[in-house]
Design a protein around this ligand. Structure first.
Ligand code: AOF
Ligand code: ZN
Length: 361
């Protein structure tokens, strides 16, 4: 079979993968099974954690023995572990497939290694077909799997001069309705929203994802509150559809580690400035989303505090990877040019906070 046939089947597998859920612990995966003539004999995709993997879903559409000698085209390297389900590598070997074509390697410490296992069992294995497209499609899931922690987006909304509050600390509605709605979409696309205790104490946010009529969106991220200060038992976050995860610590790496274990792959850090600065300084921010309103506030309430840039040559230079105009506001997405995190970690000891997260207003 020609490379073009594998690519065409991979394109179909990618379209199938898109039926799956875009958030949560498991990736979106699609699979197409071809007979020896290259005709499609089965298709499958993954429907979320606890359900069959794409390969098993596709095999399930065939009679026993019908996959013998077939070519399995799948967007992610077949898994090699027993998680909520058994290893797909073994299922494919037992089904007697002749060849496995995949796009992206599985970076999981436990789940990876399926390609090698298949190869060792005499199955022809071809990796990297439409690799870049599938990488882009998998979005934050792959970086999170590689990092072994959630992919972290840091968001703030500021005036044109980079202030997130006026001199008296008031900060409601810096950005307009269209931009605020975009924030709700980004919340819905996240697995967790993280704020500091100071934000809970000053703003009492609900940390829900809502539609433009204020209604709850179908998916709600897990609310997470970081910091050692007590928050009142009647705080709005306790009325969130999911029980909030309260992390009475300043050890952000540990918080992320715990969230990863709970299945969080995409974390959205929403405030305030001290928590934002602490995440940056700990080298734990992968992406920056900045909403800019055409207003000027002046004064002391900058979006982030000292990040150790003493002179202009030390400025952390980023690349703008997205711009959207939302009503009168702008949304800017930025990433580091050289890969890695927005700021490299500056504090080797995460148990010593840069500033107290509790000082923030
Ligand atoms: C999926 N769907 O189609 C494939 C996956 O806990 P489990 O058993 O569902 O295993 C999840 C892991 O399996 C996942 O993180 C990924 O590494 C691998 N492959 N996962 O959810 C699939 N092929
Ligand atoms: Zn699998």
């Amino acid at each position: 079979m020609a490379a073009a046939a594998y690519e065409a089947a991979m394109r179909r597998a990618l379209a199938l993968a898109a039926h799956g859920p875009a958030t949560g612990v498991n990736p979106r995966v699609g699979c197409v099974i071809l007979d020896a003539d290259g005709a499609v004999i089965a298709e499958g995709w993954h429907r979320g954690a606890g359900t069959p993997h794409a390969e098993i879903d596709a095999l399930g559409h065939l009679e026993p023995g019908d996959a013998r000698g077939s070519t399995v085209v799948v967007t992610l390297e077949p898994c090699n572990h027993t998680g909520r389900t058994g290893p797909c590598s073994v299922a494919l070997i037992e089904a007697g497939v002749a060849r496995v074509v995949y796009a992206a390697s599985d970076p999981g410490v436990r789940s990876g290694g399926g390609a090698r296992r298949l190869h060792d069992a005499g199955v022809e294995v071809i990796g990297g077909v439409l690799g870049d497209e599938v990488e882009r499609f998998l979005g934050d899931w792959l970086p999170a799997a590689r990092l072994g922690r959630p992919f972290v987006t840091l968001k703030w909304a500021s005036s044109l001069d980079g202030r997130t509050a006026a001199a008296d600390g008031t900060s409601k509605w810096i950005i307009g309705a269209a931009a605020r709605q975009r924030v709700h979409e980004q919340r819905e696309a996240s697995d967790a929203i993280i704020v500091g205790t100071a934000t809970v104490l000053s703003d009492d946010p609900s940390l829900t994802a809502r539609g433009d009529a204020g209604e709850l969106m179908p998916r709600q991220p897990m609310p997470v509150v970081v910091g050692v200060r007590q928050i009142p038992s009647d705080a709005a976050v306790f009325r969130h559809p999911h029980a909030p995860f309260i992390a009475p610590t300043h050890d952000l790496a540990q918080v992320l580690d715990h969230l990863f274990g709970l299945g969080v792959r995409r974390a959205f850090v929403e405030g305030g400035p001290t928590l934002a600065t602490a995440f940056l300084a700990a080298g734990l921010v992968d992406e920056l989303v900045v909403y800019l309103a055409p207003s000027l506030l002046g004064g002391p309430h900058t979006a982030i505090a000292d990040i150790g840039v003493g002179t202009i040559a030390e400025a952390r230079r980023l690349e703008i990877t997205g711009v959207e105009r939302l009503g009168n506001d702008l949304m800017i997405v930025a990433h580091p040019r050289d890969g890695g995190t927005i700021l490299p970690a500056t504090r080797p000891d995460p148990s010593r906070p840069l500033h107290s997260m509790e000082e923030e207003s």
